[in-house]
Design a protein around this ligand. Structure first.
Ligand code: B12
Length: 224
């Protein structure tokens, strides 16, 4: 099995590192942490590690969950395993840049605890020269409003992974506009579509972290 396949397999299995006891049959074996480090050391690009190892693994996990082959605890192990790989990749995505293009206030909307994709978007934006104010997960409309009041020029990014919580994005935009704030908003997350973005008055949408950088630049009028 190639290193990238091994990373993917270990994320799917939820095997974090060699000291992790889950799953039982992988105990003592290298996990996502070690395998990601080996991939970096062997010169595999972080982009390949992300797009051929870590990210596709999470779609497999999602499909297995949908088919009731795994449940929330297993999904959580996979999420932790994914994070242990992302931690190692972060320094490569966020090299120091003297140039600050603008500020992005970002958060996962109220009711939603998914943050892997949002964190990846943060890393890529930071790497591209944006200053990030990360409000975290389960962020209320009021919290987005307070942050926007303190930074009326910032663009606002919202993430949602659940069909029930993506509706809360509209509540944030409505609250901003009711308070005469015209911060530009862009959104993302697996269930979000460009049509939904348009419907709720978000000016931007991106389906992955690379596109998120392009969208943020477009919204600020900075050349890509
Ligand atoms: C990991 C995971 C979890 C973990 C989350 C851990 C964490 N810290 O994030 C845990 C175990 C906690 C979890 C819990 C639940 N989950 Co869950 N989860 C997932 C899973 C498998 C992967 C998500 C992920 O990390 N993907 C990888 C990242 C890299 O991709 P991404 O998030 O899509 O982000 C990219 C883009 O969307 C975009 N993007 C994301 N955010 C933003 C923001 C901006 C501004 C922009 C521009 C772009 C952008 O760029 C990102 C990078 O490329 C998905 C399945 C799936 N395929 O999405 C289910 C999934 C989202 N979960 C689901 C469910 C049902 C749940 C639970 C309700 C389960 C339960 N019964 O408790 C709970 C809900 C908890 C809550 N209130 O939020 C369903 C949602 C169904 C639906 N349509 O609503 C899914 C789709 C699984 C499924 N197929 O059924 N989950």
């Amino acid at each position: 099995m190639s290193l990238l396949d091994a990373i993917k397999y270990s994320v799917v299995q939820g095997h974090i590192d060699s000291s992790s006891k889950f799953p039982k049959d992988m105990e003592g074996k290298d996990g996502v942490h070690e395998l990601t480090q080996q991939a970096i050391d062997s010169g595999i690009s972080v982009e390949d590690i992300l797009t051929q190892g870590l990210i596709p693994a999470m779609s497999i996990v999602g499909k297995r969950y949908e088919k009731n082959e795994i449940f929330v605890p297993e999904m959580l192990f996979s999420a932790k395993a994914m994070k242990s790989g992302l931690e190692l990749i972060k320094p490569f995505l966020t090299e120091d840049s003297d140039l600050i293009l603008g500020t992005v206030i970002i958060g996962t909307v109220q009711g939603d605890l998914h943050d892997i994709g949002k964190n990846l978007v943060c890393m890529m934006l930071e790497g591209a020269g944006f200053q990030i104010e990360d409000l975290g997960i389960n962020v209320t409309a009021q919290k987005f409003l307070e942050a926007a009041k303190n930074n009326p020029d910032a663009i606002i990014g919202m993430s949602a992974l659940l069909t029930v919580t993506m509706k809360n994005m509209k509540g944030v935009i409505d609250l901003l506009r009711a308070n005469d704030l015209d911060n530009k908003v862009f959104i993302g997350g697996a269930p979000v579509t460009p049509a939904f973005a348009e419907e709720i008055g978000a000016l931007g949408y991106a389906k992955n972290a690379n596109q998120a950088v392009r969208e943020a630049k477009r919204l600020l009028g900075v050349a890509a």
